[in-house]
Design a protein around this ligand. Sequence first.
Ligand code: GLA
Ligand code: GLA
Length: 675
Amino acid sequence: MIKKVNGFLHGADYNPEQWLDYPEILEKDIELMKKAKCNVMSIGIFSWAKLEPEEGKFDFYWLDNIINKLYENGINTILATPTGARPAWLSQKYKEVLRVSENRVRNLHGQRHNHCYSSPIYREKSGILNSKLAERYSKHPAVILWHISNEFGGECHCDICQNEFKIYLQNKYKDLETLNKAWWTTFWSHTFTSWDQIESPSSIGENQIHALNLDWKRFVTYKTIDFMKHEITTVKKYNSELPATTNFMLYFDGLDYFKFKDEVDIVSFDCYPEWHSEDNVEVGYKTAAFYDIMRSIKGQPFMLMESTPSMTNWQRVSKLKKPGMHLLSSLQAVAHGSDTVQYFQWRKSRGSSEKLHGAVVDHYGKSDTRVFRDVTEVGEVLEKIKNVCNSETKSKVAIVYDWENMWALKDSQGPRNIGLDYNEIVTEYYKVFWDLGINVDFVDMECEISKYDLVIAPILYMIKDGYQEKIREFVASGGNFITTYFSGIVNETDLCYLGGFPGKLMDVFGVRSEEVDTLFDNEENIIELYKNKQEYKCTHICDLIHLEGAEALGEYKSDFYKGRPAITKNNFGEGKAYYITSRNEDSFNREFLSSIINEIGIEKNIDTILPKGVSISKREKENCEYLFIQNYSEEDIEINLDNKEYFNIIKETIVKEKLTIKGYSIEILERKKLV
Ligand code: GLA
Ligand code: GLA
């Protein structure tokens, strides 16, 4: 993945600038890094104040020393541009670099990630430092990758941003009349008669024009990428070969990460699941889904840039990982396509807000700790499974995960304003494949879908202009497409489709949704699937549809819509389009999707029945496949293998017929491809 390195990266965020007065600690760090089998450190993420202590006065001496010393000891550097936090002198002298929040109050200096992405001064000042860093280090043999800023996020509502937003809208809509129509501004007399009347959404101003809210979110993604590109262009001037990434966050809905796909060379991800919070199996599949999203963004291996080696310090309750969980959770990322395992952080800070956040090296300072041993074990295993690096993940199934749809849905002010958590609903469908051991890709509305056999779009509330055609063509040419209740309601600017739901796809699905009934949290309805005559609970939303060509595969069993279709199938062209009208219990999803999976002939990664809590994902190379068998339950579990022969890469044994997998553990089996 990264040309300069052969094999996996294993390392951490390293903040040596905090320890420059402790030379013995810096010496010790190198010794410990080698011992923990680390071959990379991310450096400089929050170093601006050390690199440029006064405006225009630079000090790279300490960084030279660190990078060189690490390199002499076989440790690579991922070098950050330090724009995630800035020195006090900069905020003091140039107030405009500070963000203005949605209530139009300018922030004070402090914290981090608190700068205006539009500010020319911020771009100029960060550009100067980034240029100097690139000039000095981008051809250094130790430096393998740019870590652009840190966890981009948030928004600024200053005058410069307001003006940029206006220009963005002018480019998009060209004239005010088009914008007014697209935004349906006649509602509540909100018609704009001059571009200067338009402002970003605010809790003390306009926040009810849904299309404005949506466009603002799109603008925030656009502006953030624009800032990031400014950084990338600056550093690449000095060495266009050195790749760049920026680290994304788990469950972050503020940026449409799919939009970054052409702008970063590698996707990297910071992932802090709450292991042992409730059901580890649930945490397991939800986390797996987000790893799959990260891999899918560029359709290539990604990086686990940050994870905790033990606990965080910002969750409601920050728990330790129980024995086995560190290896399992680290290799889970690899199982889903990561070619790195990295941590926040290498060494615990002595003071300030992260002094008690987990780290590879504790305040104790030595290697005889449980966490250090766990980390070393990951390093050893990554060396053993080196051949897996750069392998591909293939899938015949895609689930639609679309940030714009999520934003629109959240803001829909519809029949149910609670319990329509998009992530929950998407992962409910994902879980079926995770339980069966079938790989899944994720796509947004802009991604190509023709290579898949099955595409599932849960709660596709918004169907962007042009997406109908993509679905229509996919199904017509033999694909299987599943969507659910509350889909095809609005277009790209949040205008409801006229003439019936789901939008212009009524003929593809052969149904028309007339009304949507919502259930209170303590209510439920029942649906019956004709095929197996089983009944299943449904909750939250019940879509009341008419058949307009489709065949009913099941029906509602109670309330005034008893007997009306609850699941439908429509043959359209060469393919099939399914519509599921309610949010159903897991056993329905499993049963229903399994029958479609069997019908299409989608293969499991290993042809076996997996006990609860065990999942199998697969990566492959030309001649062999790597099966990652993961057990998220506490119990040791025996699974039956198919009749093939496997090599257990971690244990270095041949495995046939059965495999016992311990609670909280992972085994990686290699299977030769038949040629
Ligand atoms: C109030 C307002 C109406 C409308 C309804 C919606 O009654 O006067 O304009 O917003 O609420 O329930
Ligand atoms: C984020 C940040 C890190 C650190 C960790 C703590 O991922 O990027 O700098 O604050 O959270 O979990």
